[in-house]
Design a protein around this ligand. Sequence first.
Ligand code: FE
Length: 134
Amino acid sequence: MKDDMTNKPESYWKEKLTPEQYHILREQGTESPYKNEYYLNKAEGMYTCGACEHPLFSSDTKFESGSGWPSFYDPVNRENVELIEDNAHGMSRTEVRCKNCGSHLGHVFNDGPTPTGQRYCINSCSLKFKAKEN
Ligand code: FE
């Protein structure tokens, strides 16, 4: 990837991100359900990585999951995310990371809607929404 940021030192992210963003994006944290910025956002646009602003999810694939977190049934491009087996906290889950900078986004589950059956459950804090320009 031409703007690969996976080799940036943690000090770079610590300076660039807020403490909450840093905890979630760089320390695999999880924000509170429901009370987060994009859970109920219905505007059209692109959700980019909250750390490196690489495009990740289009509003076209966002759906109401009832989980309390923004949910998407597909990334804008599957090359833009990295899926990693996550056995932390006594659960077997699949972690989703930004492929461009390695930051933690959330998890993906197999109980999503058609057409993919996938549910990308993503922290608002890991995203930066860019509204579509008319
Ligand atoms: Fe990123």
